[in-house]
Design a protein around this ligand. Structure first.
Ligand code: AMP
Ligand code: GLY
Length: 420
């Protein structure tokens, strides 16, 4: 089977790696891919938003499946375009991807279908938003409606921060059109858990739970990043909480989509917060999470290609997801200065010894291969994932591997997997 994966991060490396283990004969391509992915797939120099090129390349190479991993092409309808060209694609349609692409849409959806989420108001007018802030108590959360590279959420501890956020989003257009509308919502407290699910529009199958670490520095200090590490399964996502999420969140979401006539086929990611009042939805994503995918897929026993095909063919009800009874920890190695400003082009040393490992998986995010060497090429450079019997041992394994890998100004958190 010819398969093209769209994207270039650690998530895409984990997807390509898992597909490369399929029992089916697969020929893998990735657009644009990265240094690590190029070991397993042929990387082609096409960007995720170059839809015409993706369609013509897929036709030329007779792709049997295109897996669309990142949010932008999903929100802009790449899956619809591929399907209109008779190219099977994994990922939600443009209409279904609104659950991630528009926070106003997803909040209205949750409210309408009684899915627990923070109280909120949507504004398309800055004056009205500022009036609302005048009457609010703090902290409060200000969110750009559209996709903003994970930077469009401001937790405002005081009035000035909230007012500045509204100015930046709606007047200065810091996030472009993503800030034409904003959502202002209640601040919730509690630990956060990510639950990724496969959905074919009729059945929703949760994957093993995981926890992300979004802040740049230890003890959740510093700026928000794309994710500095993750572990799976989550220790706080108990069978009781899972049952509660099934009843109050997953089932009503699937049912709500059905009522709205939206068929969601792909990965539906629930960003949950376990508040004192019960589990609430912070956000939906219409794709695999990153770095969560790097700790979830190594635990999956199923053949990922079979699951993708079951989603496309709407036969998910016949699938039973199976998981290894182990733990995974992923430590992200970032370029010094990330997420603000950083240099690229440094040689990465120490990767060879993990190439054939069954316990340490080094997923590449921002890397390039040049003359048999790997060079840093982004903010998040590598995700070093360890798999082991228990969390303590697995953390140690991950950090031992991290010590053997190096590049100039390498930065990582030392507390991944410590939090409850
Ligand atoms: P989102 O992109 O909506 O998931 O927001 C990014 C991060 O901001 C989340 O992972 C939370 O840590 C935080 N966040 C978002 N909404 C809220 C909220 N209503 N209350 C508290 N924290 C929030
Ligand atoms: N880890 C958060 C995300 O993928 O959006």
């Amino acid at each position: 089977m010819n398969i093209l994966v769209i994207g270039s991060g650690g998530r895409e490396h984990a997807i390509v790696w898992k597909l490369s283990k399929s029992k089916h004969k697969v020929n893998l391509w990735c657009a644009p891919g990265n240094g690590g992915i190029s070991q397993l797939a042929t990387c082609v120099d096409i960007k995720p938003m170059e839809f015409d090129k993706i369609v013509s390349f897929s036709k030329e190479q007779k792709m049997d499946l295109v897996v669309v991993a990142p949010d932008d092409p999903l929100a802009s309808g790449l899956v619809d375009i591929l399907e209109a060209n008779d190219i099977p694609a994994f990922g939600p349609s443009k209409s279904a991807a609104r659950l991630e692409g528009s926070k106003a849409f997803s909040k209205d959806f949750m409210k309408k279908h009684h899915i627990p989420t923070a109280d909120y108001q949507v504004f398309d007018d800055a004056t009205e938003a500022l009036k609302y802030i005048e009457k609010s108590s703090f902290p409060i959360v200000v969110k750009a409606d559209g996709l903003a590279l994970g930077k469009g959420v401001i937790i405002a501890q005081d009035k000035k921060t909230a007012v500045d956020a509204v100015h930046n989003m709606m007047e200065e257009k810091k996030f472009g059109d993503a800030g034409n509308k904003i959502v202002i919502e209640e601040f919730l407290t509690g630990p956060e858990v990510s639950v990724l699910t496969f959905s074919d529009g009729k059945t929703l199958l949760p994957m093993v739970s995981s926890q992300d670490h979004k802040r740049a520095f230890d003890h959740d200090k510093g700026l928000n990043t794309g994710g500095m590490g993750a572990f799976a399964p989550s220790k706080i996502y108990s069978p009781e909480i899972e049952k509660l999420c099934q009843e109050t969140i997953f089932k009503p979401t699937l049912e709500g989509l059905r009522k709205e006539g939206i068929q969601f086929k792909g990965v539906l990611y629930f960003g949950l917060i376990l508040t004192p009042k019960g589990p609430y939805v912070l956000e939906y994503n219409a794709r695999f999470g990153d770095p969560e995918t790097q700790v979830v897929l190594p635990l999956m026993k199923n053949d990922l290609l079979d699951v993708f095909m079951a989603v496309i063919e709407e036969q998910l009800e016949d699938v039973v997801l199976e998981w290894e009874d182990k733990e995974c920890v992923c430590v992200v190695l970032a370029s010094g200065g990330y997420p603000v400003s950083y240099k690229k082009g440094y040689e990465i040393k120490g990767l060879e010894r993990y190439e054939a490992s069954q316990e340490i998986f080094v997923f590449h995010a921002g890397t390039q291969k040049a003359d048999e060497k790997y060079i840093t090429a982004g903010g998040r450079v590598l995700g070093v994932t360890a798999k082991g019997e228990n969390m303590e041992v697995t953390r140690q394994k991950a950090y031992e591997a991290v010590k053997n890998i190096s590049f100039t100004d390498m930065h990582y958190r030392t507390d991944i997997g410590v939090k409850k």
